[in-house]
Design a protein around this ligand. Structure first.
Ligand SMILES: NC(=O)c1ccc[n+]([C@@H]2O[C@H](COP(=O)([O-])OP(=O)(O)OC[C@H]3O[C@@H](n4cnc5c(N)ncnc54)[C@H](O)[C@@H]3O)[C@@H](O)[C@H]2O)c1
Length: 298
């Protein structure tokens, strides 16, 4: 069955980007948030992204009206009953996601495909709380969604081949490049990226080099657009710490274990760019490496 109407549950950072790319690709989109205020804030975020495109001459004003005209906000999960696909992008909490899926399972018809944008939770565990495990996949988008080309399409042992291919074709219809992954925590990208980021923190802890030199080394030596410690500041140290713990819990391997320095920085509220300080101090222009992260006392 063709996908014509897409539901997006959660209109935060990721949900708003997902809703935007779906509307841009021509789908009718129903966006669910928990309050009218959050619906308006989420839709407002999409509109301001598109308006910047108009200002820079990249987007015609009619196109903005056309895309925003396909987006419909709601605070009711039942309003997603006519959706052929529902993509969930609520906060990373298994309990909360479970609640959402159980309500959606009752509200949506049998053909509706469910997809989670989770970064670290088990697709299988969420699918098993519904009566449609065969019509349940992971669709893992990357931030910022309108700009990042990749989508990891994730298959659980319950997912049918038909649902998996339907989700893959859908990701492609958004102009994205999908890759297939199985339901192993971290999928492809975080599986490889998280140990690398944690190793950069370990290198700092062990006195291999300074914050600035670790970043410069990887930027210029490997051609990465930014160094690992800057990337950690952008992703959020709290988010990485959270994901690393889930991965360590799953695999019990040292490479996924968050190093003590990362834990201390999270405890100290140094979560990176969003809190003003992480490995760099963003209250300074340009941001400067934070001194004394690994110094001995005295
Ligand atoms: N931030 C990233 O870089 C990133 C990348 C890939 C995947 N993800 C995943 O995407 C999901 C969302 O992350 P985010 O960064 O957009 O978080 P966010 O905090 O920006 O947005 C989450 C939104 O969900 C809303 N919400 C909470 N409960 C809800 C409910 N019952 N119904 C509808 N909306 C509800 C919140 O009001 C909030 O606006 C998480 O599973 C996260 O792991 C995040």
């Amino acid at each position: 069955m063709d996908i014509k109407t897409v539901g997006v549950v959660g209109c935060g950072l990721m949900g708003s980007g997902i809703a935007q790319v779906c509307a841009e690709a021509g789908y009718t989109v129903r966006v669910r948030e928990v309050s009218d205020e959050l619906v308006q804030r989420g839709l407002g975020r999409i509109e301001s992204f598109l308006k910047k495109g108009v200002e820079k001459g990249r987007l015609a004003p009619e196109r903005l009206r056309e895309v925003t005209g396909r987006l419909h906000g709601t605070t009711s999960l039942e309003a997603l009953a006519d959706c052929d696909l529902v993509i969930e992008a609520v906060v990373e909490s298994l309990d909360l996601k479970r609640e959402v899926y159980q309500a959606l399972d009752k509200a949506c018809p049998a053909h509706t495909l469910f997809a989670s944008n989770t970064s670290s939770l088990s697709i299988t565990e969420m699918a098993a709380t519904t009566k449609r495990g065969d019509r349940f996949v992971g669709l893992h988008f990357f931030n910022p969604v309108p700009l990042m080309k990749l989508v990891e399409v994730v298959r659980s042992p319950l997912t049918s081949a038909e649902s998996f291919e339907r989700a893959y074709a859908f990701a492609r219809s958004l102009g994205k490049t999908p890759v297939r992954a199985s339901d192993k925590t971290g999928f492809i990208v975080n599986r490889l990226l998280v140990p690398y980021l944690l190793d950069a923190v370990r290198a700092l802890e062990e006195g291999v080099a300074s914050v600035a030199d670790i970043d410069e080394g990887m930027r210029l030596g490997c051609g990465h657009p930014m160094g690992p410690l800057t990337l950690l500041d952008f992703v959020g140290l709290d988010t990485t710490y959270y994901i690393a713990n889930i991965m360590f819990d799953e695999f019990r391997e040292k490479r996924f274990a968050p190093p003590p320095l990362l834990k201390r920085m999270v405890q100290a509220g140094m979560h990176g760019k969003k809190t003003g300080r992480g490995f760099y101090d963003y209250r300074q222009d340009p941001p400067q490496p934070v001194a004394g992260l690994v110094n001995s006392p005295g």
